[in-house]
Design a protein around this ligand. Structure first.
Ligand SMILES: [Zn+2]
Length: 190
């Protein structure tokens, strides 16, 4: 039996985690390490193969999020949030390995240790919602006036401690920003 849809909605699950595990008031940047700690997950910065960005390991009651220490801080924060998404939404797998390359996603299906495409998408949505909660985003974005510029997006990204591309992607998804250049490529949101 699949879980009820509401339990799987990444946006809602992230909001619940923030509500249950973050001290009021919520402010930017979201302290993702503290959220992980509140979820009883241990965060470790480790040297991983260049092709890997992180891992989630579940061993009995112990939950470890391993993050590639060679990645920049914004990327590490995103990886922690992404793994928390797996932890909260995808029970059962003893471990999940994250490839750095989105291109490999097609090969993940039915490969032990790799989440499937749907789970990956959900974990990415969860990560975006956790690091860039809609209420906080609109609170800060609402202060911006005039034409949207790259500088404004970069400023928001710096405030939320995420990459500019992750922020741009989030603003688009929340309907707060429509890029002029429709051909602008939106890669994996890191
Ligand atoms: Zn994943």
């Amino acid at each position: 039996m699949p879980a009820p849809r509401a339990r799987r909605d990444p946006e809602q699950r992230a909001a619940e985690v923030l509500r249950d595990h973050v001290l009021d008031p919520l402010f930017a940047p979201v302290n993702v390490e503290l959220v992980a700690k509140s979820c009883d997950a241990e965060v470790r910065y480790v040297t991983l193969d260049q092709d890997l960005s992180g891992m989630l390991i579940r061993d009995g009651d112990r939950k470890v999020i391993a993050v590639a220490d060679h990645h920049p801080r914004v990327r590490r924060r995103y990886t922690i949030a992404h793994e928390l998404g797996h932890l909260v939404m995808h029970p059962g797998r003893p471990y999940i390995v994250e490839s750095s390359h989105a291109v490999r996603i097609d090969h993940r299906q039915n490969t032990p240790g790799f989440a499937d495409q749907r789970e990956e998408r959900e974990a990415n949505q969860f990560a975006a919602a956790l690091l860039m909660p809609p209420g906080l985003i609109s609170q800060h974005w609402g202060l911006q006036g005039g034409e949207v510029s790259k500088a404004m997006i970069a400023q928001m990204a710096a405030l939320f401690d995420v990459s500019p591309i992750a922020m741009q992607y989030r603003l688009i998804n929340l309907g707060l920003f429509i890029p002029h250049d429709a051909e602008e490529e939106l890669q994996r949101p890191f």
